[in-house]
Every structure is written in C-alpha cells, then in structure tokens.
Design a protein around this ligand. Structure first.
Ligand SMILES: N[C@@H](CCC(=O)N[C@@H](CS)C(=O)NCC(=O)O)C(=O)O
Length: 206
C-alpha cells in the first residue's frame, strides 16, 4: 500500500492526498511535521534529506517533492484526464504546476504564515500587504487564463489544476477582500464541491 508521510494540513501533502482520493487509490497517511514533529529524525532524513513533508513510500520506492509525487502517481497508477494524454495539454498542465512553485508559492507562503502562524514578534503587516499585492497580480493571470475554459488547460480537470487548486482555498479564505476575479472564483467553486477536494484540502489552518 502507498504511504504518505506528512500532516494533512500541509499544502504540499494536500496536493498528493487530493489526487490519491480522486484516483481511488488506497493509501495510509502518517502524521509527521508541524506539531507532530518527526521530520528531522535520522530515520526520516534518510528517506527525505530535506527534512520536509511530504514523502511517498510505494513499497521500497521512496520519493519526495510533492509535484514529482503527483506526476509519479499518475505515471504509475493514473491515466487521462488527470494525466493528459496529448503532449500539448500535458505541457500546459506542467506549465501551471511549475509556475505555481516558482511564482505563486512564495507570496502565498508569506500570506499563510502572517495570517496563521505569526506571533506578536513576527507579525509584519507591510510584508503581508506586499505579498497580497504580488499574489493578486498572479491570481489575475489565472483569472485571465480561465476566461474561456472551465479548468486551467481546457474543459477537463487534470494535474495542472492541483497545485493552484490547493492554493486557491487559502487565497479565498485568507484574503476574502481580494480583487474581484470572477473566473477564478467560478473555477474554485467547481473544485470546492468535489468530495476529494473538501476532504483533503479544505482543512483548518494550523
Ligand atoms: N518543494 C517541497 C516543499 C515541501 C515543504 O515546504 N513542506 C513543508 C510543509 S508545506 C514542510 O515540510 N514544513 C515543515 C513542517 O510542516 O513541519 C514539496 O513540494 O514537497
């Protein structure tokens, strides 16, 4: 059976668990990281030298980096539409996945930490606002992409929607007074009615 090492509330674990649930795969998830700790032990570091979550165990095979895990699961256990079977759609899906990591993840991380984790000493309203502004510009690009399609690469939900889909829950919850982006909101409303999304992504923040 698949084992996913990582607490359920991590956005990177959520990408993996959402997909596993959508594919109907059997998996055990183990609470590691955050308040559960366990991510800096020698045993864990031997599996994932970054000391971060998630880590996937598929029998003896171990893999880290959430989006590499998503692609691996689809290569091994998935098929279209989650893994697009034409090169152009798959290329676009990969584009949005990589763009999330390179561009959207950094400002969304600051927004998350400032809203959820910051203490009196680490609260930084200027940094929060600067990163809301940065993320708003990026979400405006997503909104434009969704002008004439239901999902990021076309009419069908696929792996390209997973990273931004997870981040969209945080954006709409933590920045309720953000810019009006109707295509983005409509896309998120298509995601947030899916049982696998509700169960694995729409969790309390910690
Ligand atoms: N690029 C890595 C990032 C992993 C990462 O930053 N994980 C965070 C949780 S979202 C982590 O391990 N934080 C420490 C913790 O939760 O204890 C991936 O996508 O898997």
């Amino acid at each position: 059976m698949l084992r996913v090492l990582g607490r359920a509330t991590s956005v990177n674990v959520q990408k993996v668990m959402w997909l596993i649930d959508e594919l109907g795969l059997e998996a055990e998830r183990v609470d590691i990281g955050g308040k559960y700790a366990g991510d800096k032990t020698p045993a864990y570091l031997a599996k994932n030298p970054n000391g971060q979550i998630p880590t996937l165990e598929d029998g003896d095979f171990i893999l880290w980096e959430s989006q590499a895990i998503v692609r691996y699961l689809l290569d091994k256990y998935g098929n279209a539409p989650w893994l697009p079977d034409d090169a152009e759609t798959r290329g676009r899906a990969n584009q949005w996945m990589d763009w999330y990591l390179a561009m959207m993840h950094p400002p969304m991380t600051v927004i998350y930490f400032q809203n959820v984790r910051a203490t009196a000493e680490t609260k930084d309203p200027a940094a929060l606002q600067a990163n809301i502004d940065k993320a708003a510009k990026l979400w405006t690009m997503v909104d434009a992409q969704l002008t004439d399609r239901d999902y990021l690469t076309g009419d069908t939900l696929n792996m390209g929607d997973i990273p931004l889909g997870c981040a969209a829950y945080r954006w709409h919850s933590l920045v309720p007074d953000g810019p009006d982006l109707p295509n983005l909101k409509a896309w998120w409303d298509r995601l947030n009615v899916r049982p696998a999304y509700k169960t694995n992504v729409m969790l309390p923040f910690e």
